[in-house]
Design a protein around this ligand. Structure first.
Ligand SMILES: C[S@@+](CC[C@H](N)C(=O)[O-])C[C@H]1O[C@@H](n2cnc3c(N)ncnc32)[C@H](O)[C@@H]1O
Length: 198
């Protein structure tokens, strides 16, 4: 069976890896990935950062597909993905050193974005780091016209999805006890936002 594949993951994985290497430094660091998708990021990052234990998750209906790639990878620091829908109950997990999510906040409905940050209260350990990759608006403005077109396309599929305002997301993060460390511009009109739990 062919493995799930996303060209954008291939394009962005080295740029994201360079950023994660600066933040996910702890030996034996425990990472939780939310919205793992095809598993390309999980496989690549677990392979290139063997000091980390990388636990990927996705909504229950996507876990089987995600696991096709993770299980084929056969990496000792990459267990099978677990089901986790951020709109549902707490994930039973001890607090994590690191949490990573890519291209998820603009796909999930607005209320799910609120839930996403609420989970940070118990999922992220003290001094833990959250890295979120994807496109954002600033003060209501798209960073590029192609992001504006992308937002239109997203809303055509699901009116509750769309590129999020950085300020809204930052407020949700603050309410969850997170402090912004960095907002890194990334290729292809994306950002890599980094918070820590103070
Ligand atoms: C565009 S894909 C991104 C996948 C991958 N992270 C990447 O960068 O290619 C969006 C992901 O968000 C996940 N997602 C949507 N709603 C979710 C929710 N309520 N809870 C958790 N994940 C969700 C989808 O299942 C999908 O895997």
């Amino acid at each position: 069976m062919s493995l799930p594949f996303s060209q954008s993951c291939e394009n962005n994985k080295d740029y994201i890896l360079a950023q994660l290497r600066r933040h996910f430094t702890k030996p034996f660091g425990r990472v939780l990935e939310i919205a793992g998708g095809t598993g390309q990021h999980a496989e690549y990052f677990a392979q290139h950062m063997p000091h980390l234990h990388w636990q990927s998750t996705d909504v229950p209906e996507n876990v089987e597909t995600l696991n096709l790639r993770l299980e084929a990878a056969g990496l000792s620091n990459l267990p099978s993905a677990r089901p986790f829908d951020v709109t549902q109950d707490k994930l039973a997990h001890s607090p994590l050193d690191y949490i990573f999510s890519a291209n998820s906040l603009h796909i999930m409905p607005t209320d799910a974005v609120t839930h996403f940050f609420r989970h940070m209260r118990y999922l992220l350990a003290s001094s833990g780091v959250l890295c979120v990759y994807g496109p954002f608006k600033y003060k209501g403005e798209f960073t590029t016209s192609s992001n504006a077109e992308f937002d239109n396309w997203l809303k055509g599929r699901n009116s509750a999805s769309g590129i999020r305002d950085f300020e809204t997301v930052q407020l949700l993060a603050e309410e969850a006890g997170l402090s912004l460390l960095e907002d890194n511009p990334m290729p292809a009109n994306n950002q890599l936002l980094v918070w820590t739990k103070s």
